[in-house]
Design a protein around this ligand. Structure first.
Ligand code: SAH
Length: 483
């Protein structure tokens, strides 16, 4: 690269890769360009917006030669809306990119060799039909020109792109959102304004049971009451499948969506759903999944974490269970257990499952879920895994038990596992560790620590939970290297 590039300069470039936010990446004489909405394989013209020494952010001007992997997005707002990032890239290519991302993280961040990585990494488990898969929508509401509107934030902003029928969620969400907007207009319930802290309605949260069809709407408001609540209730409870309407109060000036206070306006304060255990078989080109007779019922309240893609969650948990390799006798830990979803999948094949989770309501749900399914061999504890587990290990040591666990399952948030937790796990040396991850970078970091602590990675399988977005979920099996 032998020259400087300037703002507004026009360039022609072919896209070869994709960045972490789904932007296309191409090079001109060694100078790297990041271009939103350009997809791998496109040749495009672009205009530099922000030039740095070695790279620039540029605006897509025209697709000169479209990529063979370019498709027309199913949603007309795909480009403006920040909810999806890669709807214009063919689904098979999305999966291939996610595979390469996981591979890259294991090699670059985890320090595993290419051979080690390729020997354990499976193709991404994708969806047959990657639309209308989400069971949860969390939709911000705002005012524009005096009118309330609902939609999703544009990328890196709080500007609402109006979308009521998101193609990732069920059709009924459109009807629900239109009804809420109609109520807001009729009853002068204005949307909340983040700038001033004034106004009422902040978000609409919708959850739909995949098997049960039960629908829950939770209105998140900057108040404990809404004007003419019964008008809203009358509109919503007419919608087929409506099971509960709740009001959550959040008066804080924060980006956190949900407040702590919840009041039921109509019906139930939670929905129920089931997840069906899958029989997992390995074929030459990847895993196959088939429904079994076994299912687990869950009660899901608006405040608890619950996986958003039930079809793929069934596959993910079934794979985690397969990797756990249980024979009916094992002591298993399920750390970061949420409402006990993985715990209850494991319990049927384990001796005992010990679940740990930081949110008290989730643990309440977990206990109730266990009881509802008649599962007795589980114990749940509220607290931080990195505090509860080291203390538990010490407690057991004092009782003379050196190895209180045979199999550990972890499913941490994006920041990965706390080092204190990994150290405690390594201290007790379980036979197998199953790591369910929603961020390949922190996964690779933690796998290195576990590998250095005496474990060998046996399987790494990404399971696509978030089609059309850049999020990547993976399930990993580690085995203790016998001494
Ligand atoms: N395994 C569950 C939940 C996974 S999401 C499922 O599949 O549904 C991660 C969970 O970790 C969330 O429920 C979050 O509340 C919890 N969490 C976050 N930090 C934690 C910590 N330090 N200790 C224990 N749980 C934590």
């Amino acid at each position: 690269m032998d020259r400087t590039y300037r703002k507004n300069e026009k360039l022609t470039v072919t896209i070869e890769d994709m960045g972490t936010s789904g932007e296309g990446i191409g090079k001109v004489d060694g100078y790297t360009l990041f271009i939103k909405d350009a997809v791998i394989g496109d040749t495009v013209t672009c205009s530099i917006m922000k030039a740095k020494k070695n790279y620039a952010y540029a605006k897509l001007q025209q697709v000169v030669t479209p990529s063979p992997f370019r498709v027309t997005p199913a949603c007309p707002a795909a480009r403006q809306c920040g909810g999806c990032q890669i709807q214009e890239l063919e689904y098979a290519k999305q999966l291939e990119h996610k595979y390469r991302t996981v591979r890259g993280c294991l090699i670059r961040i985890g320090g595993f060799t290419e051979e080690e990585t390729d020997a354990v990494l499976h193709p991404v488990v994708g969806m047959e039909s990657p639309y209308r898969y989400r069971n949860k929508a969390q939709v911000p509401v705002g005012m524009r020109a005096g009118k309330p509107q609902a939609g999703y934030y544009a990328a890196h902003s709080h500007f609402i792109v109006p979308v009521t029928d998101c193609v990732l969620g069920p059709k009924v969400n459109g009807k629900i959102l239109e009804s809420v907007l109609e109520y807001m207009r009729e009853c002068r319930a204005d949307a909340y304004d983040e700038e001033t802290g004034k106004g009422l309605i902040r978000h609409v949260l919708i959850r739909t049971g995949y098997h049960s069809g039960q629908i829950m709407v939770c209105i998140i408001a900057n108040a404990e009451r809404l004007p003419n609540e019964q008008v809203l209730v009358e509109k919503l409870c007419r919608i087929e499948g409506m099971y509960g309407i709740t009001l959550n109060t959040n008066t804080k000036r924060t980006n956190v969506i949900l407040g702590d206070k919840l009041r039921t306006l109509w019906g139930e304060d939670a929905i129920e759903d089931t997840l069906v255990l899958q029989k997992v078989t390995q074929e030459e080109d990847g895993y196959r999944f088939a429904d079994t007779e076994q299912e687990v019922r869950f009660r899901i309240s608006p405040l608890s974490f619950y996986q958003v893609n039930p079809q793929q969650t069934q596959k993910l948990y079934s794979l985690a269970l397969k990797y756990a390799g249980l024979t009916g006798k094992e002591n298993v830990w399920d750390l970061y257990c949420g409402v006990g979803t993985i715990s209850l999948f494991l319990a049927g094949s384990a001796g005992h499952v010990y679940g740990v989770e930081v949110i008290p309501e989730a643990i309440e749900n977990a206990r109730r879920n266990a009881a509802m399914n008649g599962i007795g061999n589980v114990t749940f504890r509220t607290g931080k895994a990195e505090e509860i587990i080291p203390a538990y290990v010490e407690e057991k040591r004092a009782e003379g038990i050196e190895k209180p666990v045979d199999v550990v399952v972890v499913d941490p948030p994006r920041k990965g596992c706390d080092e204190r937790l990994l150290a405690a796990i390594l201290k007790v040396q379980p036979e197998r560790i199953v790591y369910v991850s929603c961020d390949p970078a922190t996964l690779a970091r933690d796998l290195r620590i576990l590998a250095d602590g005496g474990y060998r990675i046996r399987e790494v399988t990404p399971v696509d939970q978030f089609a059309h977005t850049m999020h990547i979920e993976s399930c990993v099996l580690l085995e203790r290297v016998s001494d």
